[in-house]
Design a protein around this ligand. Structure first.
Ligand SMILES: CCCCCCCCCCCCC[C@H](O)CC(=O)SCCNC(=O)CCNC(=O)[C@H](O)C(C)(C)COP(=O)(O)OP(=O)(O)OC[C@H]1O[C@@H](n2cnc3c(N)ncnc32)[C@H](O)[C@@H]1OP(=O)(O)O
Ligand SMILES: NC(=O)c1ccc[n+]([C@@H]2O[C@H](COP(=O)([O-])OP(=O)(O)OC[C@H]3O[C@@H](n4cnc5c(N)ncnc54)[C@H](O)[C@@H]3O)[C@@H](O)[C@H]2O)c1
Length: 723
């Protein structure tokens, strides 16, 4: 039984016991159900306390059971029984009460909690709705408006706020079981039907249809393409429309439909992928279990530009004081203005109070003297992408900083060793690649060099969590994992343009798939000059000329459209014209006939015949080229598991979670089909190296192995014979 039953002072105490988070697996549900019936039967028992072991109440249903586990009692059987009990039942909450955990608490007649508790219905984040009465009972506790907000966002609610909302009856301090016993004994003479949520009506103001329509509009625009938030709204509205029993039955039907949906399966995969990637390991053997992170109590950032300012903000808003270094006062002032503006925006969004923002700002120490970094625990360099400059800075830092200081680079493409070798502490040099806008985007790609120590890796992995990012560890190569995969994806988008498509057609196809923004809109946001400079630098390094009219560059297929747009002064959103035109800095992309003419002229001058390219082809070419690259990355050991690639795309490029990530998507399409298409495109476009099929993909396409084992095959941890 996974719920302990003990008796203290005529009160039955049912303690959920399922490590690590007391998930409501079938045995736990059975344990609670048996416990309450036993307590009800026993005339010596006056009341019941339900609580959890290990400092937490319950993190909800056991997500692993959703793919087909043991049946056990349905969670609402527990609720139905408590609803008819005369003996009072209290949920005594510490830690978390989430999902089914909160639902169990809502079955109880009362809820008490420690101040540190968080409650919530996060089911929507794994493509579900609360299926244990949450959509029907939470509105009865807190009203329709709050319930809609909590259930459609999945956000956690801190205890004191939950108490104000009517979800928690009392905040307590001290031992939660003792408090629970004391509390519930004081309620023994109160008629339980008076406090039972089933008996309450749902409070709301205004017209129900209007509320429903407004909520639908909101979730459709906020969670584009996702089904679960829509179903959540429907079910919460049902709580006010339908009798209790009908609402509960309808909710259960919705839950079962969603449980079997491809979106929820993908989101459940993503949930565990995010946790799997925390179990990192280095080729040298160091890993998450054995390596101890160093403390990061103080930090420094060099360069207060687009990236550095946001990185400094991440540090100070997480309570880590930061010294921000710029090359001169003018750049420093400019950078500080941007940091301040971003902080103000955080206040406007209600994420920080004005007081908190002011306190954060005092943790930032701007300077133009790099020597000020001598005592900090960790430095993140974010100056221009110029190897010579970065090496100079690392050489200086090595001299200035105390020997324990970890030196990080935010380079987006340079090999870590090429920077680390400028120091005498290569074991303490590591890549910390943030994504723009660095304060907002969740991905932190941590890159180890040949000599980076496990302790250094452990430190930046922990730092990533501290600053509320999703850290993923990868090996070093040009562009690392994210940008290396992005390259074939963007190149195919440009090839589609010269073969007959347009920026808006390509972007629409991607957004219809679920990407929040199209490839050419992203390019306009980053600035076309960036893409142009990268190409120009590659040409300079190779000692060749960058010719906009050549169909080949460095032995590969070339599309010179970026050069042509750059030459036409189209820098992107910053100057109001790029692949689209813009009426203002915050304006929406508008199709520009000038660009269409420019593309058509490009094709005419190079004798490229334009044709109609269907959306399926656009999607396939962009995605399969990138997926093929993903398999090469696994093959080269730059990632140890396919899950790392998926998490990188979800948090770095906003790949829709309900599609699981590109590698998961490939697993759903089938590797045989992907491999055949890659071979087909390789034949069709022989001058694009990214179509050379990955040998790992070729191997895996012949066998049926789950995604979780692809990394093992790549690294020889799993041998496959059948070929
Ligand atoms: C015939 C077959 C029928 C089968 C159907 C059975 C259905 C029965 C019940 C139906 C009705 C239930 C309806 C209910 O509304 C649905 C739900 O409750 S869905 C679950 C909702 N809860 C969540 O989404 C919470 C998920 N967890 C978290 O957010 C976090 O884990 C946390 C609780 C905030 C703690 O965070 P951290 O401290 O950072 O710890 P980790 O996140 O790393 O987690 C540690 C460890 O625990 C695993 N884990 C966490 N939550 C769950 C869970 N709910 N189920 C299973 N496992 C969970 C997590 O994966 C980690 O383990 P690891 O992966 O690292 O091994
Ligand atoms: N912009 C992006 O989208 C992005 C994304 C990820 C990573 N990166 C990487 O981040 C780094 C910075 O890029 P950015 O876009 O922020 O550049 P940026 O041009 O906006 O900012 C660079 C800043 O570094 C400062 N600087 C230059 N030399 C300095 C020195 N010697 N001492 C102190 N400051 C100095 C400059 O004055 C400038 O303010 C680059 O390596 C880039 O590749 C950029």
């Amino acid at each position: 039984m996974m719920a302990d039953y003990t008796v203290r002072d005529q009160v039955a105490v049912i303690e959920l016991d399922n490590p690590p988070v007391n998930a409501l697996g079938s045995a736990v549900r059975a344990g609670i159900y048996d416990g309450i019936r036993k307590a009800d039967r026993d005339p010596n028992i006056k009341a019941v306390v339900i609580c959890g072991k290990r400092g937490t109440f319950c993190a909800g249903a056991d997500i692993r059971e959703f793919d087909g586990g043991k049946n056990g009692p349905w969670i609402t059987d527990i609720g139905d029984f408590i609803d008819n009990m005369k003996k009072p039942v209290v949920a005594a909450i510490e830690g978390f009460a989430l999902g089914g955990g909160l639902e169990v608490a809502l079955f109880c007649h009362y809820r008490i909690a420690l101040k540190t508790v968080r409650v919530g219905q996060p089911e929507v984040q794994i493509g579900l709705l609360p299926g244990g009465g949450g959509t029907i009972r939470l509105p009865r506790a807190t009203g329709l408006k709050n319930a809609l907000d909590i259930i459609t966002t999945g956000n956690h609610v801190p205890a004191e706020k939950a108490a104000k909302m009517g979800i928690i009856d009392q905040i307590v301090t001290g031992d939660i079981i003792e408090e629970g016993i004391k509390f519930v004994k004081s309620k023994c003479n109160i008629d339980t039907s008076l406090v039972c949520l089933r008996m309450k009506t749902v409070k709301y103001s205004g017209d129900l249809d209007d509320i429903s329509e407004a909520a639908m509009t909101k979730v459709k625009s906020k969670f584009k393409g996702a089904i679960a938030p829509i179903v959540c709204v429907k079910s919460v509205i049902n709580s006010a429309k339908m009798p209790y029993e009908k609402g509960i039955d309808t909710e259960k039907e919705h839950f079962q439909d969603l449980r079997h949906s491809s979106q929820s399966k993908a989101m459940r995969y993503a949930f565990f992928a995010e946790r799997a990637i925390t179990r990192w390991q280095l080729p040298s053997g160091g890993n998450y279990k054995t390596a101890k992170p160093l403390p990061v109590k103080t930090s420094g950032v060099i360069g207060a530009g687009t990236m550095g300012g946001g990185i400094a903000l991440c540090l100070i808003t997480s309570g880590i004081p930061c010294i921000l270094v710029e090359q001169n006062q003018q750049f420093l002032d400019k950078g500080l203005e941007i940091v301040k503006a971003q902080l103000m925006r955080t206040v406007q969004l209600g994420k920080l109070s004005t007081e908190q923002a002011k306190k954060c700002f005092t943790m930032l120490k701007p300077t133009t003297n790099i020597e000020d970094l001598k005592n900090v625990d960790l430095v993140i360099e974010a100056v221009y992408e110029d190897l010579k400059l970065k090496r100079e800075i690392f050489e200086k830092l090595d001299r200035i900083c105390k020997s324990e200081t970890i030196l990080c680079t935010n380079t987006s493409s340079l090999h870590i060793d090429s920077i680390a070798t400028a120091t005498k502490r290569q074991s303490k040099v590591v890549g910390t690649h943030f994504f723009a806008p660095s304060y907002i985007m969740k991905l932190l790609e941590n890159i180890y060099g040949t000599k980076t120590s496990a302790e250094t890796v452990a430190t930046v992995m922990k730092l990533g969590k501290t600053i509320k990012k999703v850290p993923v560890l990868v090996g070093s190569c040009t562009g690392f994992v994210a940008n290396r995969m992005l390259k074939p994806y963007s190149e195919e988008a440009q090839y589609c343009l010269e073969e007959g498509s347009t920026p808006s057609i390509v972007d629409t196809v991607l957004m219809d798939f679920g990407m929040p923004i199209g490839n050419f809109q992203v390019s306009d946001l980053s600035g076309l000059d960036i893409g142009f400079r990268i190409k120009r630098e590659a040409a300079r390094k190779a000692g060749v000329e960058l010719s906009k009219n050549s169909r080949f560059f460095l032995g590969q297929r070339n599309c010179g459209l970026i050069e042509k747009l750059y030459e036409a002064g189209r820098m992107g959103k910053k100057n109001g014209k790029g692949w689209y035109k813009y009426e203002s800095l915050n304006g929406k992309p508008i199709v520009d006939p000038e660009v269409t003419m420019l593309i058509e002229e490009h094709c005419r001058s190079l004798g490229i015949e334009r044709r109609n390219i269907g959306s399926q082809e656009i999607l396939e070419r962009m995605q399969y080229a990138m997926i093929n690259e993903g398999f090469k990355i696994l093959e080269e050991g730059l990632c140890t598991m396919a899950e790392e690639i998926d998490v990188i795309w979800i948090y770095g490029f906003s790949w829709p979670k309900y599609m699981g990530g590109p590698m998961y998507y490939a697993s759903q399409i089938g590797l045989k089909k992907i491999y055949e298409k890659v071979c087909y495109y390789h034949k069709t476009f022989p001058y694009s190296m990214h179509w050379v099929p990955s040998s790992l993909l070729a191997k895996l396409s012949q066998i049926d192995l789950p995604l979780s084992e692809w990394g093992d095959v790549a690294q020889g941890r799993k041998l496959v014979n059948k070929l």
